[in-house]
Design a protein around this ligand. Structure first.
Ligand code: 3HC
Length: 654
């Protein structure tokens, strides 16, 4: 007989154990209905003398995906999650969490409130709240250290890192990993524990820990937090579990959770969360099925091509890499192997995984090797004639239904499409370097791209674990268009009176990992220089144009790799160079500009304003589909701080 505790929580008694199933698609979030049902299920078990214990599990592939993020910002209906977990923990009958899939945030907190936890081998646990600008709000920071110790718990709560079942077992967070039927095993555990005093997590002592280990971990975590408030609060709360009573710790945690939930950073990060889910939803692709892709060809095995190859191997594809000569192809294979080896050295991959990936890789100097590819991505030198010629050749080699993708960052993909007999099968896949690491891929919807080709571009990018954002065709697509506006405004600021180091410091204080001039140096100045030279003939003479970057390039100051750019790099360290200061002053004098003091506030607002204004242009031209897509591009490709929500969000344009 099925017991309905609420719309999303049902129960069935099996061998004297009440098996409670949470079924609240898509991710079994702890909505008001779920909380009410779960509470009622424990009440029911406590009053039914025939029930020995309780098993809590989730329907589908998730245990519980956390609090319902959609409820944030609205009044919270009773019972709140901490009360539900308190009800579970105080149960006299044993409550077993059968963790069938992801137990995230409030989901892990529910499991921590149970008296025993069994995970399926594929289950994953995390406290990802910091990624939403908040801290756990239902006991995570107080109960987790009682099981895993302060150092491990603090690291998890402050980073949101996802932990697989085996690691969770090693850390003491789960008591067993199922080897067979998870729920049957949990029912067995409930029967074994029936009648014995429940092991309540909240009643356990926090194990002693080494202050030095905690400090070392804290330093590492905070060095990456860059102005975000939540990680430091999570560290503080977990550490305080060792000093406070459970109830005091829980009260502090809840107060902090509520305060952060309403903060600007949390609002920005919630915007990013929903923006990521919206990005792949394209109205025109409703009901369009992507083409099947199993074999990916890559032409050009330089840094970019090899990065893409590794991403494609990681995504499970068979990869054929082609370069101009046998020696270049061999060098490509070595580079790909080295990238995989690096992942083995860092523990991200095991040797078996590397060998399996390499078994799916073929390299060749013969383009005919691409004849059976479903998708070919070109990553050759960014020159229109070279790429157009390549596309014409590929057009005669690949099957008529194969897709041709270009990784160009600035060239017009419509011109490349026109070099083929099937322009509808051409799409842009603009990866960011290093392509095996960077999450962003701009998927370029060219004038003639067929809907199922665009859908395939999105599907492949997703399979590579990337965040795809669709862009229309314009020079530089979404990202480089906005980055150009940012660069332009940064150079205006220079002429007006600010120095590179002042501008960088202001943007770094705002949350960028690197200010604009440090980024220019890091990326190298020559590509933008070539672009400016290309545009020189058509540039409106009345338009404000800053020549300082040209002077740097003429002096061979091409950036960090050259040892000199906007800064000097003695021993690799970024250092202010008086020569650059002098160049800037000369440029101002030439234009009769009287420099004035520019404060951080003006620097930040002008640079953000320039990005947002360019973003509005892209929206008006329909190059970008939505403002939130622009935010994602700038956050994931250009270092815009996620906790500021992106340039459009920061400007109040979302
Ligand atoms: N609340 C509300 N909706 C959620 C949600 C949540 N916690 N998690 C996911 N969703 C929604 C998504 O918005 C999406 O909706 P859509 O189809 O309308 O766009 C849908 O569920 C599917 O999500 P994904 O596309 O992300 O599905 P995946 O299968 O790729 O991933 C997941 C599933 C791993 C659960 C992923 O969605 C995820 O990481 N979710 C967020 C988890 C999280 O941050 N939880 C903590 C919440 S805060 C909290 O718990 C506070 C507590 O301490 C009190």
């Amino acid at each position: 007989m099925t017991l309905n505790f609420s719309q999303s929580v049902t129960g069935a008694v099996v061998e004297g154990v009440l098996v409670v199933t949470i079924d609240n698609p898509p991710v079994n979030a702890a909505s008001a209905d779920m909380r009410q049902g779960l509470f009622a299920s424990i009440d029911h078990a406590s009053t039914d003398a025939g029930i020995l214990g309780i098993v809590v599990t989730g329907a589908g592939k998730t245990f519980v995906g956390g609090a319902d993020i959609r409820e944030f910002g609205k009044p919270m209906a009773d019972p709140i999650l901490p009360a539900v977990i308190e009800r579970i923990e105080s149960s006299e009958k044993p409550v077993i969490a059968a963790i069938n899939g992801a137990a995230l945030g409030g989901g892990l907190e529910v499991a921590l409130g149970c008296h025993h936890r069994i995970a399926s081998p594929s289950a994953k646990i995390a406290l990802p709240e910091v990624k939403l600008g908040i801290v756990p709000g239902a006991g995570g920071t107080q109960r987790l250290p009682r099981l895993a110790g302060v150092v491990a718990a603090a690291e998890l709560a402050a980073t949101g890192r996802m932990v697989a079942a085996q690691e969770a077992l090693g850390l003491g967070i789960v008591d067993a990993v199922a080897n067979g039927d998870l729920v049957a095993q949990a029912i067995g555990a409930a029967r074994d524990l029936a009648g014995k005093p429940p092991r309540r997590t909240g009643a356990l002592d926090v194990p002693p820990f080494e202050a030095e280990a905690f400090s070392a971990m804290t330093r590492k975590v905070l060095s990456r937090a860059r102005g975000q408030h939540a990680p430091a609060e999570a560290l503080r709360l977990v550490r305080s579990a060792a000093e406070k009573s459970l109830s005091d710790g829980l009260a502090d945690e809840r107060e902090t959770f509520l305060r952060l939930r309403d903060s600007d950073q949390a609002k920005a990060l919630r915007h990013v969360f929903f923006a990521e889910r919206a990005a792949t939803k394209i109205d025109a692709l409703e009901g369009v099925a992507p083409r099947s892709v199993t074999r990916v060809g890559i032409v050009g095995l330089g840094l970019m091509g090899c990065g893409i190859a590794v991403a494609a191997l990681d995504g499970g594809y068979h990869v054929t890499g082609v370069d101009m000569s046998e020696a270049a192809a061999q060098k490509g294979r070595e580079r790909i192997t080295a990238l995989l080896d690096r992942n083995v050295a860092s523990g991200r991959l095991d040797a078996e995984g590397r060998d399996e990936r390499l078994s799916r890789l073929t390299t060749s100097h013969d383009m005919a090797a691409l004849a059976d590819a479903d998708l070919v991505i070109e990553a050759v030198f960014d020159d229109l004639a070279v790429k157009a010629d390549l596309f014409t050749k590929l057009d005669g080699i690949v099957r008529a239904d194969a897709i041709l993708a270009t990784n160009t960052s600035y060239l017009d993909p419509d011109t490349l499409a026109a070099a083929t007999t099937h322009p509808e099968r051409v799409v842009g896949l603009h990866f960011f370097s290093p392509a095996n690491i960077m999450r962003l891929v701009e998927v370029v919807n060219c004038a003639k791209t067929a809907p199922d080709v665009l859908a395939t571009g999105l599907a492949v990018a997703r399979k590579l674990g990337k965040l795809p954002v669709v862009t229309g065709v314009t020079e530089g697509f979404i990202g480089n268009s906005i980055f150009s506006a940012y660069r332009r405004e940064a150079e205006f600021l220079l002429e007006d009176g600010a120095l590179p180091e002042e501008i960088d410091a202001a943007m770094e204080a705002y949350g960028f990992a690197m200010g604009p001039f440090a980024v220019f140096d890091f990326a190298g100045l020559e590509i933008a220089w070539a672009r400016r030279k290309r545009q020189a003939a058509t540039r409106d003479p009345a338009e404000r144009y800053v020549e300082i970057a040209d002077r740097l390039c003429e002096a061979g100051r091409f950036g960090q790799k050259a040892g000199r750019g906007w800064y000097a790099y003695p021993d690799g360290r970024r250092t202010v160079d008086p020569e650059v200061t002098a160049l800037i002053e000369e440029a101002r004098t030439r234009k009769n500009i009287k420099p004035r003091a520019i404060d951080d506030g003006e620097i930040v607002s002008r640079l953000l304003g320039a990005m947002a204004a360019e973003g509005e242009k892209l929206l008006a031209q329909k190059v970008a589909q939505r403002a939130s897509d622009i935010d994602l591009v700038m956050i994931n490709g250009y270092g815009f701080p996620a906790h500021r929500g992106g340039p459009m969000f920061a400007a109040g344009l979302v």
